[in-house]
Ligand binder design. Structure first.
Ligand code: NDP
Length: 261
């Protein structure tokens, strides 16, 4: 999707994929530095171990404790995290998060990133619903200790009912991800109300059971593909300074993932 944007805008860059094993990470980063790349993305298992090879971290990357985007600022290599930023940018097209209440399902890396960005964007209160109490409470503590937002944990009981005052409801679990497309959130579907903005981080398939149900109830919805595309847009802005057209990247991503809907 990055190369589609470069081609469309006539930008003289390349986006190449490299498989780097953990024992070669330092050598790979030194190679990038030696070759003067503008930056790179890194995925699991490098999101935390990359930090020791960088000079500085952006605010949210520091709070999240993980990096997925590295930027060559000229004299420094800076680690950023666009997981939550991409989501927030897409969310703002659907709802202004300032002063609102968000319910988050899940407490893994994606939840951590989204919770931090929501809190930094002015969300007032956050409920984290997660199967494992320990992981849920870790995200809650992170928010309460580092941001103005107030977060609390709720155990994920069978047929969990979403709090009616939720303005945003976001699935940040891996439930519904291909190939387990029939897997569903264990929630009371009647608790989804039309005033709620409903988002799902699952990029494939983008129209999950959760989103289809919310749409049928009249909710505004946001899918995981939009989150992923916006991460790409933000990364290209960091590296090249250019604002690229998300619709070009969206189309390229759908083609790559063979998504027809
Ligand atoms: P993690 O493995 O860190 O966390 C997974 C979370 O899902 C945990 O909270 C886990 O709960 C929960 N979970 C998994 N299965 C179930 C289940 N059957 N019932 C209840 N809870 C469940 O993953 P990530 O946070 O890194 O990623 C989560 C999803 O987000 C992935 O599907 C990934 O594809 C997507 N993602 C999308 C992005 C995008 O741009 N669209 C960006 C980043 C991620 P517990 O703690 O109890 O185990």
């Amino acid at each position: 999707m990055a190369e589609a944007a470069y081609k469309h805008h006539g930008l003289h860059y390349r986006y190449i994929n490299c498989e780097v094993s953990p024992e070669n990470l330092e050598a790979a980063v030194n190679g990038v530095k030696a070759m003067g790349w503008k930056g790179f993305n890194c995925s699991l298992p490098h999101k935390v171990s990359i930090i020791k090879y960088l000079d500085e971290l952006g605010e949210s990357a520091q709070l999240i404790g993980a990096v997925n985007t590295v930027v060559n600022s000229g004299n420094k290599w800076i680690g950023e995290n666009t997981d939550g930023k991409g989501f927030l940018q897409a969310l703002k097209q659907v709802i202004d998060p300032t002063g609102k209440h968000a319910t988050l399902f899940g407490a893994g890396g994606a939840s951590r990133a989204v919770a931090i960005e929501l809190a930094l964007a002015g969300v007032k209160t956050i409920t984290v619903v997660n199967r494992s109490r320990e992981r849920g409470e870790t995200v809650v503590d992170l928010i309460n200790k580092n941001t103005e937002a107030k977060a609390s944990y709720q155990p994920w009981i069978d047929g969990y009912a979403i709090e009616p005052h939720s303005d945003m409801v976001i699935n940040l679990t891996s439930i519904g991800l291909y190939p387990n497309v029939d897997e569903q959130l264990n929630i009371d579907l009647d608790s989804i109300q039309s005033h709620m903005a409903v988002a799902d981080c699952i990029p494939n398939p983008p129209q999950t059971h959760f989103l289809k149900t919310a749409k049928a109830k009249g909710c505004k919805t946001l899918d995981g593909l939009q989150m992923l595309v916006n991460q790409g847009v933000i990364g290209i802005k960091y590296w090249t300074g250019n604002d690229v057209d998300p619709t070009i990247m969206h189309a390229a991503l759908k083609e790559a993932l063979r998504i027809k809907e």
